[in-house]
Ligand binder design. Structure first.
Ligand code: FAD
Length: 302
């Protein structure tokens, strides 16, 4: 059993908010998940660095979460120091005419609005993706033909023991819903985006178009973590799931959305166990019917 008391005290004394046994269903778009042993919100990069170093020195597991919009958290919670990046004072600023800097905990939607307000195009695709900047970089989030890879130039990050560094886009191994951060255990702390000047009206039109497409196609009225599976090469996960007759199929409170079969939704009181059982059922049936392996896009934390 890990004793989190010393980390709790250290965090409070070193610029972090800290709470024991925080329910993680409050911090995931699925509205699912047990408790975090210790939930910490560093109020600055300096505080984050000290916390990471202390946890590393004491050999205590840390888990990073942004807006929790791509997560399935176990019903038993996470036995770790869960570090939440979306502090209130996150910064988004212009660096010059066409470049912006954002703290990793900034909301992607706010960043898109900031770009619009400054007549900068390139992030329209991201409008409506309900994540943080850090989560979007980690996942190389994308939609409607755009992805983070198209606009990012570099990022700031910290190693798992709290040492700050910078990484250029070319080093970030950005691919379909992946980046080097899936492997290296580092924490993204900021991102730099290079955009293009365009008129406010054109940018706004594209943002509104993408948002209305989302609203018409996606089950936004129910909690979910977005697309449950990655797009298998040459196919669409939703179409394969629909062809297998799984639209509307439920396990407990988890259901394959009737609106978009690519989404597993929480119809009310779904557990992580329900979602996992449904995910496995979908994978098995689609494999039998189409021979295609579906790989989860959602990150499963326990
Ligand atoms: C309704 C809905 C629609 C969606 N539509 C899209 C879409 O169109 N395109 C798309 O790509 N995604 C989509 N998503 C999924 C999700 O919003 C994105 O993957 C988003 O980028 C995740 O960001 P987050 O801050 O919520 O990350 P989280 O879910 O909190 O975390 C995701 C992963 O990133 C890691 N992480 C988060 N922040 C950091 C950091 N600072 N440093 C290191 N690691 C970090 C976490 O450890 C975790 O492994 C959708 C989700 C929902 C609910």
């Amino acid at each position: 059993m890990t004793d989190y008391n010393s980390i709790y005290n250290f965090a409070l004394e070193n610029g972090c908010q800290s709470v024991f046994d925080e329910p993680l269903n409050k911090h995931t778009s699925f509205k699912i998940g047990g408790k975090a042993s210790l939930f910490v919100i560093p109020q600055s990069d300096e505080a984050l660095s000290k916390l990471l170093k202390k946890c590393s020195d004491d050999n205590i597991r840390t888990v990073i979460i942004g807006n929790g919009s791509n997560l399935l958290v176990s019903d038993d919670g996470i036995d770790a120091v869960v570090i939440y990046t979306m502090r209130d004072n996150c910064e988004i600023r212009l660096l010059n005419e066409t470049e912006i800097y954002c703290d990793a905990g900034a909301s992607l939607t706010k960043v898109c609005r900031f770009a619009l307000d400054n007549g900068l195009s390139g992030l329209e695709f991201a409008f409506g993706i309900p994540g943080s900047v850090g989560g979007a970089v980690y996942m190389n989030a994308g939609a409607y033909g755009g992805e983070i890879k198209d606009v990012i130039t570099k990022c700031d990050y910290m190693t798992s023991d709290g040492v700050s560094a910078q990484m250029l886009k070319e080093e970030m191994a950005l691919g379909y819903r992946t980046s080097i951060f899936n492997k290296n255990g580092c924490v993204i702390t900021g991102a730099y985006f290079k955009l293009k000047k365009d008129s406010h009206e054109s940018i706004k039109e594209r943002m509104n178009d993408f948002l209305s497409r989302r609203k018409s196609k996606q089950p936004l009225e129910f909690p979910s973590a977005g697309s449950t599976f990655k797009r298998p090469e040459g196919h669409f996960a939703g179409a394969l799931i629909e062809q297998s007759g799984l639209k509307g199929v439920s396990v407990g409170g988890a259901q394959v959305s009737e609106k978009h079969a690519g989404f597993v939704i929480n119809k009310g009181n779904a557990t992580a166990k329900d979602v996992m059982a449904l995910v496995e059922l979908i994978q098995k049936k689609v494999k039998e019917d189409s021979g295609v392996d579906l790989e989860p896009e959602i990150k499963i934390f326990s």
